[in-house]
Design a protein around this ligand. Structure first.
Ligand SMILES: Cc1cc2nc3c(=O)[nH]c(=O)nc-3n(C[C@H](O)[C@H](O)[C@H](O)COP(=O)(O)OP(=O)(O)OC[C@H]3O[C@@H](n4cnc5c(N)ncnc54)[C@H](O)[C@@H]3O)c2cc1C
Length: 406
């Protein structure tokens, strides 16, 4: 006999975990499925964020690896440091975050099935039959549900039966080394996020050093590319850059390599994704919730889950819901900010020379506080930066008429 649930959620990332957490709290019967046997097996995300999402999603201390208060951008020539006089954000342990979300859902009655991969679905008039395969035994099992949630991230496995049905995508691939360094080296990086821009330390993207607890640093590099066939070459490049940062920037030979992980983000320009079709609702990276400027996606994956849950709740309690409203509201809240981020990232990562990057970062550094920078990079509030740029252009234009040098 096929076991039935109100909702089957495929993918145990932040979007799937938050959906399971929310719906099980509401009393629905939920099955959360993750293809990996453990969340430590695909611990791919750097998981840097501001303090806001911790509060927004009531995340406990044990998912936090470390806090940060300063932020710096290292260009090919110079480093620009923004000092914060108090804690500004955190770097999470991505594995522990997802475990926490799954555990909370389970405590509220959800079933969590690890090590099972979604294979296919059959949409019926009164529900969906979902077929999974056990990764260890290769045995297939089926479940029935009223709705299925596609939380498979960049793969969008459930919404689209074939990759050809998906909208056009831009890809960003990142590799990250988790290393243990000595105390002296760790102390140099323990309170800050370091980003690298320019060709010396990054290529068509950016690189980073994020602190974790117990002398552990996350060091990585990410690159934008168009096609999946560029994947191998991209990984080679980002690995080389990461190793260069460890050797020539951190200047440490005596480190312990704890883990190498990485992943690929697939983002649909102008968020052209399908949000709902035939009893399938998509959340998180499956609807391009990740921001294309810096690849920050955890907060937005969880926000999209929260919004989708409102409509899933309506559907399950009334038998219908207008899921087009979910798409409309999400795009209304985010589309413009995401489009500005698309343009900024294209310019910063692919168009500007090292000198142009240096000039822009120097300008931001002179004109902005750490809170302005955080508002731009993490909250996508561009008004302060745009105002500054207009001020400069206005002074330039004025100087043309007055003859006064700007
Ligand atoms: C290298 C890198 C660094 C990043 N750094 C940051 C950062 O510092 N801060 C930040 O906020 N964001 C960061 N991100 C982005 C962030 O991690 C993602 O946006 C976020 O994880 C998206 O959540 P999600 O739940 O939508 O998808 P995912 O986290 O991708 O989760 C999808 C889940 O679905 C599972 N799955 C896939 N297919 C199947 C299947 N067929 N059956 C069952 N399960 C399946 C996968 O195993 C996975 O666990 C980074 C991303 C990368 C790649």
């Amino acid at each position: 006999m096929t076991v039935e649930y109100d909702v089957v959620i495929i993918g145990g990332g932040p979007a799937g975990g938050q959906t399971a957490r929310n719906l099980s709290k509401k009393g629905y019967s939920v099955l959360l499925v993750e293809r990996y046997a453990s969340f430590q097996d695909n611990n791919f995300s750097s998981a840097g964020m501001t303090l806001a999402p911790l509060k927004e999603f009531n995340l406990p201390d044990n998912v936090i690896g470390s806090y940060w208060k300063d932020l710096s951008i290292q260009c090919s020539e110079k480093e620009y440091i923004w000092k914060g006089n108090e804690t500004k954000g955190a770097v999470l342990d991505f594995g522990r975050l997802r475990q926490f979300l799954a555990d909370e859902a389970q405590e509220k009655g959800a079933t969590v099935l690890m090590g099972h991969r979604y294979v296919k679905k059959e949409v019926l008039s009164n529900g969906v039959i979902v077929e999974l395969v056990d990764s260890e035994t290769s045995k297939n099992i089926q479940f029935k549900s009223k709705l299925v949630v596609d939380a498979t991230g960049p793969l969008r496995k459930v919404m689209y039966d074939s990759k050809n049905d998906q909208p056009e995508m831009v890809l960003g691939s990142g590799i990250e080394y988790q290393i243990e360094v000595n105390q002296e080296t760790y102390d140099q990086y323990k309170d800050r996020l370091v980003f690298f821009l320019g060709h010396k330390w990054a290529l068509k993207g950016y690189s980073w050093i994020f602190p974790m607890e117990n002398k552990v640093l996350k060091v990585g590099s990410g690159k934008i590319h168009i096609a999946s066939k560029d994947q191998e070459k991209t990984t080679k490049t980002t690995k080389k850059l990461t190793e260069k940062i460890i050797k020539e920037y951190i200047k440490t030979e005596n480190y312990k390599l704890l883990d190498v992980h990485g992943g690929t983000l697939r983002y649909s320009p102008s968020i052209q994704d399908t949000f709902y079709k035939d009893r399938v609702v998509a959340v998180g990276d499956a609807i391009s919730a990740v921001n294309p400027l810096g690849g920050e996606g955890i907060r937005y994956a969880m926000q999209s889950a929260e919004m989708a849950c409102e409509y899933i709740d309506q559907f399950l309690s009334n038998g219908s819901a207008d899921f087009q409203k979910y798409r409309k509201r999400w795009r209304k809240n985010n589309l413009l900010k995401w489009q500005i981020s698309e343009v900024s990232s294209k310019r910063m990562y692919s168009k500007y020379t090292d000198e142009q990057i240096e000039n822009r970062i120097r300008f931001f550094h002179q004109k902005t506080t750490i809170d302005d920078l955080i508002n731009t990079l993490f909250n996508f509030k561009f008004n302060k930066i745009v105002k500054r740029i207009f001020q400069v252009y206005w002074l330039k234009i004025k100087s043309l008429f007055t003859g006064k040098k700007f």
